[in-house]
Write a new protein. Structure first.
Lengths: 272, 272
């Protein structure tokens, strides 16, 4: 474990996309991540992003009805076109241009590029989410080659089924799947950023961050319904990632990225 | 020269973007290009595309006024957003998904990715084209690394100034600049596809293809005004590419790609 190179996989929460200044501030922090540790070993970084409200706004401007079911977007053909434009086009290239200006050699791709992430279209029953896919494989060879060139992949949450069909895919799931796939070669720190300071014990108190949660305390927090519904899939995924070999999972505010990676802010999820 | 590996750089004409069936047919041909020659040497391929009318249509749907001056789009901030979405997002990923389904390991990027193509914003005088850039450098190291992995880069015509600004760039110019930059390591065949069968001696007769043009005959054709204004910059660029080390330049119909690369269709431009 100690001999594996360190890889930070950061999921950028959608909320920051609508705040150009906050996004810039986050990217400045992210660009310095590779210099964070006093180490002779290289540190690798990878960023996964969504598109937040921008896709919804564009769809609305184009008169495309947006349907959400259980918090997930129904992706019809027109919506797929919109999310491909916004996620893989505008948002991805805007982030990459900013990172390039900050000295971080970023390269933006989505799951179709170099066959990076294949996915299976979600079955139409019980709910037909449309062109939505769940990841089935990761091309780690391509990512290894990019890391060796000191390139930071910036990944938009669009995948494909290898038969020519693009698929909209949950960005949290992509981050988790990448983290697990890369954990055999890297010590992976998976960092989910979102609008809150971390997992809160009191949703009305933004300072009530639970600094550390393990499997046992997670069960207790769920039973006491301290952890609410929106957070459950995120934490379920996080613990699944830990089980599958990811070294650390942290959850917190994008603006606190550097404290977050050191475990000085946000919530750290641990084994046992 | 003979020892350099063969690289086909194909510029896909914008017109095909609006015709899904024709685009599919072209991509099927393009995907087989690497198997075209009886050779033990690998053949590399690279595709450059624009976005044609799709960007104009989206801008129109969004109520963004499009201004053209001397055939070139004025790229204001809103238009830049649109072309980034359409070129680097929708068109790029649609092409890559299709090529992946056809067994061609394509990877879609634009000039900002991996610092692939830097550009300088065009001076605002005499005409202010807005966020339009002319290429200043190519990261051939990144392209070499992709070729070695048997990856076919698919390149959208968006570049950057290394200071965080995306720039809209002419796709023909990108194809030419890539061809010249890569000609020191590859025997580059640069193929411009467009809606016509080739350079025509009679614009009213689609069959009047001039099969071969050299510098001398080009001068004559210009003086006799047989080659019309829209074709001049294309051919000027093509001859400049030949002067700068590109092995062959061919111009013809996308649908005839395989005949085109063999010199059995379209127009071949030659030295001397």
């Amino acid at each position: 474990m100690a001999n594996k190179p360190l890889l930070y996989i950061v999921k950028l929460g959608g909320g920051l996309m609508d705040q150009p200044d906050a996004l810039e501030a986050f990217l400045s922090l992210f660009a310095t991540l590779r210099q964070q540790q006093h180490s002779t070993h290289p540190i690798y970084t990878l960023l996964v992003h969504g598109g937040g409200k921008l896709a919804t706004e564009l769809a609305s401007q184009l008169g495309i009805d947006q349907q959400l079911r259980e918090g997930r977007r129904i992706t019809d053909a027109e919506t797929l076109k919109v999310v491909t434009m916004v996620y893989a086009g505008y948002v991805n290239k805007t982030i990459v241009a900013s990172l390039q200006a900050k000295g971080c050699n970023a390269l933006g791709v989505c799951g179709v590029d170099g066959n990076l992430i294949t996915a299976q279209k979600r079955p139409a029953s019980p709910i037909d989410y449309g062109f939505v896919g769940d990841p089935t494989s990761i091309n780690t060879t391509l990512l290894n080659s990019l890391f060796k060139q000191a390139i930071t992949p910036v990944i938009a949450p669009i995948t494909h089924n290898k038969l020519g069909q693009l698929l909209n895919t949950n960005a949290d799931t992509i981050a988790q799947t990448l983290a697990v796939a890369l954990s055999s070669h890297y010590s992976v720190e998976l960092i989910y950023t979102f609008e809150k300071n971390g997992v809160l014990s009191d949703t009305n108190n933004p300072e009530s961050v639970i600094s550390s949660i393990d499997r046992t305390t997670y069960q207790t927090l769920k039973e006491k319904q301290i952890i609410h519904s929106g957070m459950l899939p995120k934490l379920d995924n996080a613990f699944a990632a830990l089980e599958a070999g990811v070294t650390t999972v942290r959850i917190g505010k994008a603006e606190a990225l550097l404290s977050l990676v050191k475990g000085q802010a946000g919530t750290t999820l641990t084994h046992a």
